[in-house]
Design a protein around this ligand. Sequence first.
Ligand code: PMP
Length: 437
Amino acid sequence: MTPPPRPTERSEALFARAQAVTPGGVNSPVRAFNAVGGTPRFIRSGRGAWLTDVDGNEYVDLVCSWGALLLGHAHPEVQEAIAAAVARGTSYGTPTEPEVELAEEIVGRTPIERVRFVSSGTEATMSAIRLARGFTGRDVVVKFAGCYHGHVDSLLAAAGSGVATFAIPGTPGVPASSTELTIVLPYNDRAAVDEVFAAHGDRIACVITEAAPGNMGVVPPLPGFNAHLAETCAAHGALFISDEVMTGFRAGKLGQWGLDGAVEGWRPDLMTFGKVMGGGLPAAAFGGRADVMGHLAPEGPVYQAGTLSGNPVATTAGLATLRLATDEVYERISLVAETLGTAAGKALADAGVPHVVQATGTMFSVFFTGETVTDFAAASTQDTAAYAAFFHAMLDRGVHLPPSAYEAWFVSSAHDDAAVEAVLEALPYAAHAAAEV
Ligand code: PMP
């Protein structure tokens, strides 16, 4: 059954105005619906699990600000903390108490010893790499295809020809000189890691990986893969950087590390965080071993800085969020993720659409391909046209999915039974729409 069309005139009018003054009409590319077609919905407000757009349509939000909103939209206690912080002032350019408290909270919940705040995940990974290079006195960075670490020049790299060769720029505007010290390997491929260390071990400053990739859809590390990276780096005097911008305080209470490193007994040398730790405001961080972090200015020689770093409003929002992120919160998110992942899988199976549902902790995604996805090559076999049809059928029925097949689906502790029910009702129709492509 086709639902009555939802009005989109105001989103369309805003999108036309936006395109006149902003490239593609958006301030971050995937918001533009380029991968699925159509007009992005301009959102006026959010409450709990729900978004309301400028035309008055309501949607269950399965993006949650790309993972940032662990507690849902406009959580009353987080809003209250933010309002109180704003009432005191918005930025002082001096150290403040909330920064110390948030740093203590993060150090208390992760294997890192010291932390530095920045304003975006991109800054966090960029700074971690600079620090790793400064600390080791080496230049080469190893990353994995399909892992996204923000729009850092040296990390916007595509694999060169052959495993142990240097990368080529992944976008115009990145000079070859910025990626010629980057090596891109297939994810989950231990042999490729060993080969690269055998060839270039004494030049490698660091290996950076998403702790569990979520930027090609959710691709859990094969058992022991992260441990192998940690051991290999240690054996060669390189640093292991685990990027938990997406998974941190999201995949579980201790992030992805809580699911592997904490169990297996290893720790990264450096970690990066963002999203959840900012409670919906711009805040991110990198941190790690005390001796490595001691190389940062003003204590050490590696320069790094930021006018709004550790902003009192953003750190207050993050602190309020983390303090509210109890075991019960993760239990609820886990249950919702499991329910929705299972239901999506069943709906697609009933409609005969090839798919795989993959998860790590509370993070999950639905791949529109028939084979298990362990790396980017497998993720790339997805039927993106089928996803586009699925996406729009869900949107028409009031469920806002990520507008790309290559993204995780995010839920929050505010996804109550009514929100879950609304998604469950929409899924079979969307699965049929995908089957008809
Ligand atoms: N690292 C990871 C793992 C991410 O998922 C992202 C953002 N999706 C980033 C880094 C970059 O963060 P930001 O968009 O805040 O720059």
